[in-house]
Every structure is written in C-alpha cells, then in structure tokens.
Design a protein around this ligand. Structure first.
Ligand code: RIB
Length: 296
C-alpha cells in the first residue's frame, strides 16, 4: 500500500526561553535554531521511518523551499507532488520552555496556495489501494478528503491545529481520525474522553484514535476500545510528538498490527522524539523505537 501525505511544509524557527512570555512582555531567548518542520513533512517522515512507501504532496516557495524538500527526499520520501510557488514557504515561530512545552505562531504561506486542480493532479497517481493522511495546515483539506473518499482511498485525518473551521470538516469521509484530547474537546464541546470519542463517531468518523498526554492513548473503532498508557520521559521539546505518534501508529495499523501494538509503537516513538529539541530531525528510526519498547 502506498501512503499519500497531503500536508504542510514549514521552516521551524525555534526559540528556547526560561519561560513562555506573558501578553505584552518582551523576553530574550536562550537559544535560536532553525529546523525542518510542518505537520505534513513530519508525518511523512515518521510514516517512512516506520516502514511505509510514502508520497508527500504539498507546496513550498520556489526560493526558500528546497531546504525542506531536499530533507524529505534524502529521507526516502517521494516528493514529486510537492509543488513550488512564488510565495514564501510556510514557517512557524515556536517558543519552547524548559519543560519542553511550546506555543506557536503559524505563517501558512505556500501551504495555503494549494488549489483543487492540483489536488486532482495529485490524486491521479493514487488508487483505492492507497491511504491518504492529511492535517489542517493547508488549503483544500475538505476538497481532498471528499475526492479521496470518492475514489475509494482509505482516509486518515489529523485535524490539527484546531481552529473553529475544523468543526466543519467532512468527518463522514474520514476512516481514521487521529487527534489529541484538546482538539477532540474543541471539536465536540465535550470534556470527558469517552464522550469526546462518542461525539466524534456521531460526526461520522470511522475509527477514532485519541491521545491523552500523560494518560496515554485510546483507540475506538465503534465496537472495541483499546487503551495504552503513556511512557514517561523527560521532555526537551514536545514539538512533533503528535506527528511522530501519527506516522508510527498508522503505519503499524496498515501493517496489520493490533490496535494495542500500534498505539504502543506510536507512543514509544513519540516518547523518544520529545527528549530531543526539534521536530522532523528528531523522529527516531524504527530500530531505536523497537529497542526502547523492548527495554520497557
Ligand atoms: O506538529 C509540529 C509542527 O506544527 C511543527 O513542525 C510546525 O511547523 C507546525 O506545523
């Protein structure tokens, strides 16, 4: 099975601070680093490292985007459907505190210039044997989900980052919905994880995978529920943890692993990723994830 990751490509500008700033406050940072990022790029790489045949699709700036596409290509991901435009590549300003928690400012740039015509061209290379994974950092997410669903592809959605428009996505076209607790709460207006999952199913989603931070993750396919605990590690930077979980967990499910095995693999990969600063560059290889899990 081929995996199409339709998503964002961002240059991550990462500022490590003593603490996150208050409103109206100016702070000096301790360090400043530039990393490859974007939920699409991160998830494509995580999927690839987990063992899938990955095709990335998206849009970058013609002048400043090669930094990202070269990185993905070197990682073995097909980038023939990553288009270039005259706009700036998307970027993210990421402030990180000493506990690894962050807040972000997103500049969509080229990511927001994808058109329905380009989506049609991207889908021409895929069939009902393939899976598409997307997030909410590009234009045309709704269009892509509906089209992919109509041609019989399996669809997976990570509705992140949450903005109110995410509530209106076509959840009936989504076979696997993978999201964190606060995204689930914002979309459904429910507080309790069980109620969130029930409400997401009511919106039409197929399988729901909800990550619960320190409480682990839950998988619900409408009949069976599986829960796994989280791995507790010292976080340096939580950026990219959800993307790492998403790529690894979905790849394991596609490989026919049980929900418990898939959640555990995703959680293990994410636990390693957060111990190092950065996003895509710190996604672990499969061997490292398997060693980590064996030791626990
Ligand atoms: O999920 C982490 C990613 O979100 C970062 O790499 C940043 O670019 C934003 O897209």
């Amino acid at each position: 099975m081929k995996v199409l990751v339709f998503g964002s490509f961002n240059i991550d500008k990462v500022y490590l601070l003593e603490r996150l700033p208050e409103r109206g406050e100016s702070l000096y940072c301790k360090t400043y680093e530039v990393h490859v990022g974007g939920k699409g790029l991160n998830q494509a790489l995580a999927f690839k490292k987990a063992g899938a045949d990955v095709f990335a699709a998206g849009k970058v700036g013609a002048e400043d985007g090669a930094y990202l596409t070269d990185y993905l290509k070197a990682g073995g991901v097909d980038i023939s459907a990553v288009y270039a435009t005259g706009a700036h590549t998307g970027h993210t300003i990421i402030e990180v505190d000493p506990d690894g928690q962050n807040q972000m400012i997103l500049f969509g740039g080229a990511n927001r210039e994808l058109t329905p015509e380009e989506c049609d061209r991207i889908l021409e290379k895929h069939s009902d044997a393939d899976l598409i994974l997307t997030q909410y950092e590009t234009s045309c997410v709704e269009y892509m989900l509906e089209k992919a669903h109509a041609i019989g592809m399996r669809t997976a959605l990570n509705p992140s980052p949450y903005v109110p428009a995410v509530k209106n996505l076509p959840y009936g076209c989504v076979d696997i919905l993978i999201l964190n607790e606060s995204e689930g709460q914002n979309i459904t207006g429910e507080a309790d994880p069980a109620a969130v999952v029930r409400a997401l199913k009511k919106l039409g989603a197929g399988t729901v995978i909800l990550t619960l931070g320190a409480d682990g993750a839950v998988y619900f396919d409408g009949e069976n529920e599986t829960r796994v605990p989280a791995f507790h590690v010292r976080a340096a930077d939580t950026t990219g943890a959800g993307d790492t979980f998403t790529g690894y967990c979905l790849c394991a499910l596609l490989d026919g692993k049980s929900p418990a095995e898939a959640l555990r693999l995703g959680a293990g990969a994410a636990a390693i990723e957060v111990t190092r600063p950065g996003a895509a560059e710190t996604i672990p290889d499969l061997d490292e994830v398997l060693r980590f899990l064996e030791e626990r």
